[in-house]
Write a protein that binds this ligand. Structure first.
Ligand SMILES: [Zn+2]
Length: 482
């Protein structure tokens, strides 16, 4: 009997606020070290925290999107431990403490893996503050600490151990990031640390109680989460098959070597001595406030996919790809607003544009072309100014340079030849030079027509209007009429 994999995730998400959780300091990424601090986030004696209302609203928004129960009253607690990146020696967090619940509990997120849809349970959503960051320079036997991140608003999302494979964990993270981005709760950029994930993983025989689990940390992309979990599952399986025990421990993922290794966690305390934060009042969420937050939730990916399918008559597959990120869906709808040819615009976006992004490892936000320029390209094809084949060269040039299609077409003289007299001459020349294919055409071989059209296109460097060439050839060979 094979083992069953059991995975639960703990995800820390930086909330998309201008200022920190309990003070007015900026949360801007990439500022010089220790330039975004004040007595509150440096934990100086006597400084008093004040709850950032916007952070609570974003937490509520996430709770609603994840179908959680929001508790009318929740309480911040002090989580006590010692570490140099934590100047107060406690982190303000929310915890299931006596009668005080966290912000929200018991929701779900639906994922799809191999065509199978499944609900993954959310145990809780709570708010807390981030710690500072230790920097270990290569030179010299020193460590530095940067408190810019200290007090940045975080939301922790904890799942039930409902995931059954590393692929499902990946699908869950992709979906979670997508809905949080759509809901404008977080940028979800793992490489900037605005989304971080730890994973609990264990194996068991189906039907048996949960096995001993390890906690895997230090994964800095969704891909590394999947790789680290696959490694950890294989490692545990090998131990169990040899009759050895899995040790409950924290393990770090080494991206370069592709392995996990046992390591001490910075939070080793057995007991964090949680107690209610005496400097903060409880968070009270009235039904009116929750309703206001609910009304403010932007359109989510599944709803947008369904709307795009209906509004622009697109298939589910195309629509699904177009809503993959909010920026992609925005680009598409802006282009369609500039020129209402949704199918053609979708084809360019999912074809040439997406291939270019993959090849250069770029996000759509980094494109040099605008939605209006893509719309203009489609218009130039539809009004016959350029052929579809030439359009492929034009978009390649657009993506490289950011120039408008009209200026590329003018500069390179790519305007389609629709002048009948000019094309008749070329058609005549092609017929004279290709007696064999002409005989085939006259013998009823349709493929030979395409060959002759291709020859005309070649002689005009792809600029001839193919439909017109087709008609002129057929006329000249007496194939029309009847
Ligand atoms: Zn501050």
């Amino acid at each position: 009997m094979d083992y069953e994999t059991v995975i639960g995730l703990e995800i820390h998400v930086q909330l998309l606020t201008q200022s920190k959780m309990f003070c007015g300091c900026s949360t801007r990424f990439g500022a010089p070290p220790n330039t975004q601090t004040c007595p509150v986030c440096l934990g100086l004696p006597g400084a008093l925290p004040v709850i950032n209302r916007r952070a609570v609203e974003l937490g509520l928004r996430a709770a609603l999107v994840l179908h959680c129960t929001v508790h009318p009253t929740s309480q911040f607690h002090r989580k006590n431990y010692y570490y140099p990146d934590l100047p107060k020696n406690y982190q303000i967090s929310q915890y299931q403490y006596l009668e005080h619940p966290p912000l929200a509990t018991d929701g779900y997120l639906e994922i799809e893996v191999d065509g199978q849809r499944r609900r993954v349970g959310i145990r809780r959503v709570h708010l807390e503050e981030d710690t500072g960051k230790l920097v270990h320079p290569e030179e010299g036997n020193v460590s530095w600490v940067d408190y810019n991140r200290s007090g940045v608003p975080l939301m922790e999302i904890v799942t039930y151990p409902d995931l059954r494979s590393p692929q499902e964990a990946r699908a869950f993270l992709l979906k979670l990031r997508q809905v949080l981005q759509y809901a404008e709760v977080s940028t979800g950029r793992m490489e900037e640390g605005t989304l971080r994930c730890d994973a609990n993983v264990s194996l068991r025989r189906p039907g048996e109680p949960l096995g001993v689990r390890t906690e895997v940390k230090n994964m800095n992309s969704i891909r590394s989460v999947e790789r680290a979990l696959a490694y950890e599952v294989a490692r545990q399986r090998e131990l169990l098959e040899r009759g050895e025990a899995v040790v409950q421990e924290t393990r770090h993922w080494d991206e370069r070597r592709g392995v996990t290794f046992a390591s001490r966690s910075k939070e080793e305390a057995e007991d964090y001595r949680y107690f209610p934060e005496p400097d903060l009042v409880p968070v009270e969420v009235t039904p009116e406030w929750l309703e206001e937050v609910r009304r403010g939730v932007p359109e989510l990916p599944d709803a947008r996919r369904d709307r795009i399918m209906a509004q622009y008559a697109l298939g589910r597959y195309d629509a699904e790809l177009l809503v993959q990120t909010r920026a992609t869906a925005d680009f598409f709808e802006a282009a369609v607003a500039a020129h209402p040819s949704p199918k053609a615009i979708a084809n360019w976006m999912l074809g040439e544009v997406s291939a270019y992004l993959n090849e250069h490892n770029l996000e759509i936000e980094q494109l040099r072309i605008t939605p209006a320029q893509l719309a203009e390209l489609v218009r130039l094809v539809e009004d016959g100014t350029i052929s579809g084949r030439i359009a492929k060269d034009v978009i390649a040039e657009m993506l490289q340079t950011g120039d408008s299609p009209r200026s590329i077409v003018d500069r390179q003289g790519l305007v389609q030849i629709s002048d009948e007299a000019a094309l008749r001459e070329t058609v005549e020349a092609v017929i004279q030079d290709n007696p064999g294919p002409v005989r085939d055409v006259l013998a009823g071989k349709e493929k030979a027509v395409a060959f002759l059209v291709g020859q005309v296109m070649r002689r005009t460097q792809g600029r001839a209007n193919p439909a017109l060439v087709q008609r002129l050839l057929r006329e000249r060979l007496g194939l029309l009429g009847g």
